[in-house]
Design a protein around this ligand. Structure first.
Ligand code: F6P
Length: 559
């Protein structure tokens, strides 16, 4: 097995270590001394305009970070990904989410076979299905058109579609609503099926493996809800299995790599859309897992979404590293985490429609880079994945920004905004989008440049209150802007973060495409089941704390 380069042994890392020892960030000074700093550190990638100049780095740091990229073989590893090598070492799989958005006619091989024709074929099946739903040609069992499509999935089979559906709400079709069930908390099924008409509801069961407990349980609950509802409406008769099968065929489709399991579940394989093991769950929104999104925005807009991702892929694959935005952002994250001690990273979209984007990024980044062994099984030699979190602005400003501005922790933040609003509203002649964006611009400036004690005093502040009102500044941020939030720019943003995540994983020598860390909890949940139900032997096998908690549960549970 090939071994990753230990980044800490490279001369670039050691140089960064030395720089860090005496490093004194000085954004005020750096901008004052270099009138060109903002221009030199702002880059365009497809339609994204990315300003890195408010990060805590000077030319020396940037040079060493780029050397580090060379010394860990970033470009070679990137090519291995794009050309279908099995870089997901622990699962022995290729990593080809980029092939999902390859142009029609492009050629991407896995084990000697071009996968693009198959990708396009499935996409066209999804497009046909979505078009029939949108036009009303696809009807429920009683002949009525579908009004609500409910996606049942979790993790990558939920977060991407729901985030993109929310982000692209203005592109939706009137009269066609989407809902998303993910949690095995029965509340989720209850709430998301509330007030729906079973005759006009269709479920998409989305699961790469088709073994996920949450999804299969929720799919069974949905099946029961549908059949009970149809019986109640007199649309089908209790006990008539042919009618039930026919109803399931009209109201259930599936997306999975395991089409045999889909059939076992009772969904007609003709209503199932496949994908491949070289697509990771958290990288799958652009596969058939995005079927709900295609229903919402239509095939044409979905093609624009794929086109946006492809534009970012091309940028990442071809732009020289010193102008390569995903590479630079990934390397700056490494600098923040490994040299400046950042433990978290805030993502702050100034776009209400991106309200699920931070949650989506949490799976993308943390399931990918939350690892403590490298892909050859050896322990990592440095800190890895930071905690990603965030909320849309300006809501976050009135909640947690205090800590980012004046707390003791370094919290690098990505600010995202669009020049044009989705809804242009005026308040007494004032363009509200401008009021909104004024906050976006002001926050990054406040974080970077702060307010000195002298500036506070000059406002006439009483001396005892001065220190509480001082802003140190030198809080790093990246500003990402685009003309407007469209399917294309959303696709670009997603691909940008996919590639940033990849870059960090390459530096740390980890497999960013497996997720073994989620397995133990799943197994224990199965083992604990009998104990909860009252099996004394199973209870005795639990640790004292868990035993006590189960005891409390059993004493309180009423039925
Ligand atoms: O448990 C984690 C995980 O495997 C994710 O990686 C994945 O996105 C999610 O579960 C759902 O998996 P599936 O699509 O196979 O149901």
């Amino acid at each position: 097995m090939a071994h990753p380069v230990d980044p800490t042994t490279t001369s670039a890392w050691q140089a960064l270590d030395r720089v860090q020892e005496t490093f004194e960030p000085d954004l005020r000074g750096w901008f004052a001394a270099d009138a060109d700093r903002a221009r030199r550190l702002t880059f365009d990638a497809a339609d994204l305009h990315v300003d890195l100049s408010k990060n805590l780095l000077d030319d020396q740091v940037l040079r060493h970070l780029l050397e580090l990229a060379g010394q860990v073989g970033l470009e070679e590893r990137r090519e291995s990904m794009f050309t279908g090598e099995r870089i997901n070492v622990t699962e022995r799989r290729a990593v080809l989410h980029t092939a999902l958005r390859a142009a029609e006619g492009a050629h991407v091989e896995v084990d000697g076979k071009d996968v693009v024709p198959e990708v396009r074929e499935v996409l066209h099946q999804v497009y046909d299905f979505a078009t029939k739903i949108r036009s009303g040609e696809w009807t429920g069992v009683t002949g009525k058109p579908i009004k609500t499509v409910v996606n049942i999935g979790i993790g990558g089979s939920d977060l991407g579609p729901v985030m993109a559906y929310e982000a692209l709400k203005p592109y939706g079709q009137e009269g066609l609503e989407l809902r998303f069930i993910s949690n095995i908390d029965p509340t989720d099924v209850h709430e998301k099926t509330a007030y729906l008409d079973p005759e006009q509801t269709l479920f998409i069961v989305a699961s790469k493996t088709f073994t996920t407990l949450e999804t299969l349980t929720n799919a069974r609950l949905a099946k029961k809800w549908l059949l009970d509802g149809l019986i109640k409406h007199g649309a089908i008769h209790e006990g008539d299995s042919d009618q039930a099968l026919n109803a399931i065929a009209r109201h259930f489709v599936a997306v999975s790599t395991a089409l045999d399991k889909v059939a076992e579940f009772g969904i007609d394989p003709a209503n199932a859309f496949g994908f491949w093991d070289w697509v990771g769950g958290r990288y799958s929104v652009d596969s058939a897992i995005g079927t709900s999104l295609v229903v919402a925005i239509g095939p044409e807009r979905f093609e624009e979404f794929l086109g946006g991702m492809r534009a970012m892929d091309e940028h990442f694959r071809t732009a020289p590293l010193e102008r390569n935005v995903p590479a630079l952002m990934g390397l700056i994250n490494v600098w923040n985490v490994n040299f400046l001690g950042a433990e978290t990273h805030a993502v702050l979209p100034y776009a209400q429609y991106l309200h699920r984007f931070p949650a989506y990024l949490q799976q993308l980044t943390m399931e990918s880079n939350g690892k403590s062994v490298r892909y050859d099984g050896a322990p990592v030699t440095t800190e890895t994945g930071e905690v990603f979190w965030g909320e849309p602005g300006t809501n976050g400003q009135h909640a947690f920004y205090q800590l980012i501005h004046q707390g003791t922790r370094l919290v690098p933040a990505d600010f995202i905004a669009f020049a044009n609003p989705c809804h242009a509203l005026q308040d007494g002649g004032q363009d509200v989008h401008e009021l909104f964006l004024a906050n976006f611009f002001a926050q990054t400036a406040a974080l970077a440049f702060g307010k000195t004690a002298d500036e506070v005093r000059a406002e006439g502040t009483e001396e005892t209150l001065v220190s509480a009102r001082v802003f140190e500044g030198n809080r790093p941020s990246t500003s990402i802007m685009a003309p407007r939030l469209t399917p294309s720019t959303l696709g670009q943003l997603i691909a940008l973060y996919e590639h940033i995540t990849f870059v960090q994983g390459v530096v740390w020598g980890i497999d960013s495409f497996d997720q073994w860390g989620v397995e133990l909890g799943k197994k224990l949940a199965q083992e604990v089941g009998p104990a909860i139900e009252g099996d004394a032997d199973a209870l005795a096998q639990q640790d004292p704390s868990t035993r006590e908690l189960i005891g409390y549960y059993r004493s309180q549970r009423t039925r």
